[in-house]
Every structure is written in C-alpha cells, then in structure tokens.
Design a protein around this ligand. Sequence first.
Ligand SMILES: [Zn+2]
Length: 595
Amino acid sequence: MAIRYAIRPAHPGAHLYHVTVTLAQPDPAGQRFMLPAWIPGSYMIREFARHIVRLTALASDRKVRIEKLDKHTWRCARADGPLTVAYEVYAWDPSVRAAHLDETHGFFNGTCVFLLALGQEKNACHVDILPPAGRKFVDWKVITGLAPARGTQRGDFGTYVARDYDELIDCPVQMGTFAHARFNVLGTPHEIAITGHVPKLDLNRLTTDLAKLCETQVRLFEPRTKKAPFDHYAFLTTALADGRGGLEHRNSTALMCKRDGLPFAGMKDTTEGYRNFLGLASHEYFHSWNVKRIRPAAFVPYDLMQENYTRLLWAFEGFTSYYDDLLLARAGLLTEPQYLDVLGQTMTTVMQRSSRLKQSLADSSFDAWIKYYRQDENAPNSVVSYYQKGALVGLALDLTIRASTKGRKSLDDVMRLLWARWRNSPASYPGVDEDGIVEAAETATDLKLARAIREWTEGTRDPDFAALLAPFGITCERRAALDQPHFALMGIKTAGTAECRVTNVFDGSAAQEAGISGGDALVALDGLRITPGNLDPLLTRYHPGDTVELLAFRRDELMRFGVKLGTQPPPKFRLKPTTKAPKSALVLRRGWLCN
Ligand SMILES: [Zn+2]
C-alpha cells in the first residue's frame, strides 16, 4: 500500500515546512518512524531530526500518543486504520545537503523532511508538493527528479511518485521562480533551474556546453547503446555570491555555485569560474554511474542510521574527480593546455601537504566521517584528500594502463566493466567489495596492477608523475612556489576580512618552527601593521633565511614571534607538452585527451 506524504512551505518567512505522512496500514504493534542521520554522498552524521520542531499523530480524528525511542526514532501508540503524523521542519541550512526555505525559494532533500515508516521501506510513495499560500508565490515552479503522477505536469506543484523510500529521498526538490531551460542528451530529456539573481545569464551557452559534457559521459559508459541510465535528469542549481558545493543523486544533482561562475551574454572565454562550474556539474553527473549505481558493497543498501564504512572513496570520489575535468577536455570545453594546467594545480595542492605521507587514501576513506568532513586547522598535515589524491591515482592508473597496452586499454575499460556488472543485474547487485577495484582493473586490462594500486592507496607512495607522463610526450616540471610569500616563506594560509587570521600552519614551516598557530590574528610585521590584504606586499622585500618579528593576538593576548623565513619553499608543478615528442606519444596523448 502506497505511503502518502504531503509537504507545504507553510511559513517561508519563518523557514518552516509542514509535512504529513499517512499510512493506510500502520504496524499494529505501534508504528515506528525514523529520520535519516546522514545523507548519502556526504559522509558525516548530521542528525537531521534535530530540525523537527514538533510532531503530532492522528488516527480516526483522534490524537495518538508518540514516544521518542532514540535521537531519530519515534513510535506511535497502537492505532487502527490510517495513521497520519504531522510535523514542522525548520529549514535554514543553505547547503546542498539539507533543507532551506525563505520567501524567494525552497529547497529540500527528502532525508531532512520525510520520515521513514519502518517496515514499509519498500512501499511506493506519493508526495503532494504544495505551494506556499499567497499571491506573491503564484509564479513558483518546481524542479525535481521525482516523476509527476498522472494529472501533474512536470514543473508544477502537484503529486509526484517514488518507487520506494530510497528513491524518495534521492530526489531533492527545488521551488521558486528560477531561470530554467530544457535540453536533450542523446534522446534523454534534461533540465536545469537556477535560483538566485544572475544578470544576463546566458542559458543558451550553458545548456549547449552541458549537453556536450553529458553526451561525452553517456558515450564513455555506453559506447554501443548511447543510452543514459535514467529517463530524465535535472540540475538543481543555486547561484550565490560565494560558495561551491554539489551532491549527486540518481537522476539529478543539487549544485551551489558562484554567480560569477555562470556564463553571461557576450562572455567569450571559458573563465576560471565557469570552468569550475562545469567541473562541478561534470563531477556530479559522473556520479550517476560511479557511486549512485556502481556502489561500494558497504552502501548496498545504505544504513541511514549510522556510519557506513568503506576504504574505497578514493575510487568513488577520486576517480570521479579525475574524470570530471578530463571529460571537459574530451568534450572540447577545455583546451589541452588548460587541462594540463588543471592537473598541475591538483598535483601542487596534494604534494604541498605532508598529510599524504601520514594517512593512506584507504584510511582517509574509512575515516571520512570523522576526518575529511570535520577538518580543523591541522588538516593539511593530517588528512589526505581522497578527492584530489584519489584523482591523481586515477590519473596514474589510467596512464599506466594506456602506456602498457599501447593505448588499447584504459581506465575507461575498468569503469565500463564495473558499470556492466550493475547494468546486467541491478536488482541483485552486490556492490563493489573492498578488493573490487583492484580486481576489476586487472580483469578489464589483463595487467598486473594490484601492487601499484595498493602502494598508492593502502600505502602512501606518491606515483612518479614525471615517469608516467613521459610516454605521452608531457614533461612534469617541479619548481619552487614563490608566488604567495606568506605561504612560500612562512608556510601559513590566512583568511579574514576584518583581521588577518591564520587558518593553517604547514608542517616543517618557518611559522610552525616559530610557534605560530591556526587561529592567531596577525597584527604587525617588523613594526608595520598587518591588514587582511597586505601580508604578501609586506613580505616581498624579505628573502629566505631573513628573520622577522611578528606580533599576533591569541586569546586576546599579544604574542611575539621571531620567524626565520623558510629556505625551502613548497613545490609547484607544471605540465607541458614536450617539444618534438615522437609520433607514438602524440597518438597516446590523443587517445587519452580526445577520445
Ligand atoms: Zn563527489
């Protein structure tokens, strides 16, 4: 029997949704309800139940007693016949992981607003998505991956359906007045909605570029059928002054981007900001295959009450990060030099941090819940990014396979093998077990890759990028990073608009040696005032080995530090095509970047 949900933005000004869930056949022993503790794709316990303000239950017009069993579970007293639970959800988290509502728009993930009726997880769900009351909301529209029920037009308020609870919470909903466009990818309808004021937005360019990108991805996974793994796809986008984030779903994604990152009428180039936006869209779209369908066994099914541990996020997030930019290049949205620049930047970021020598990618994946998602000022020295270093392992593996097989095989074949296993039996799909990536890589290529992959992921060995890139006619230049004196000479990162606050102190740096700490507010350098914007100009007159006096506030106490400026600046990597590369290298490179 289908479960009936209804959600209404009841008080946009107070950020409150009113939600009801009605069960025709509640558990006779007392129906239990649960709200997820986390949202798949974002590996941190978030305890969404804390945003439920009040909750009541009714059966046959009579109030039913509700008991709280633990932080996210409720049990209703025995009720005969249909049981309705009604509750308010406070929605004022602007991220893609939660729920948000004001008088300009609404956004929610089902994990924040839809109670799960325990024991009825597999039942179909109908959800009435209702508009806010009042004339000023009459133009509001809806965008979601949920399918409209008969009688509801896609884009309108009305009834939407999901096969089960898992699908219901995997289809976020955005509502409001937004810029909107439809486009087609190899026969599959796609749409994008952008909330937030973006003057002169060039929707035409945006959809043309997204269509190219999506088509490249569908062709990668399905070179023969060219069929996307869904019937419809939606990009739910929020444009802001600042911020970046994305969350993947089975047939949609929620994106948050900088307003300046979207194309405007007359914009000719692909700006850094737009490249960033396309990279984000590419990343989340690639997840439609890698993590939403091809999944770690630990996520089949998701346990929404607690942490789900896997040591493989370097493949599910890292390989996705490797492909996000690579596929921009293959789609013609990045030139070869632009793509090599991006790769060089990723190498620079990873290789500048000592964390990569202390934590393996597999350990970082396992501890994502308490480390990657809960980074503090010491993170560059202790937490390796399974995104960025995982992307470099994806690169290393791809280059190894291509060079060893003279371009006949690649990481694409590994992804296609993993994909075929899901596609051939989605209903009984067991997931990728913890050795499954190594196994698939060897099976798809007939190469012995286990040792190298394990050294890169279970150990902390850096891939030898110069040696790996050489057969492709690309040189990997390592230089001293001197462009940011506060980082190069002192080994700190700073932030702040009112004061110059240290955010990170890097291992082995001059600042660490002198005792400067994350959180310190820097106020003077050799007797001159430090402002949020002038530390680099102040430092340009100094050289490695010089000693400076630095004053800072810590806990409101003035501290004095003698800092001997670093003589070993951090490394910076730049990738360049080799002049006069042999033809074989050009063929390999073309196969990699232009496939
Ligand atoms: Zn991701």
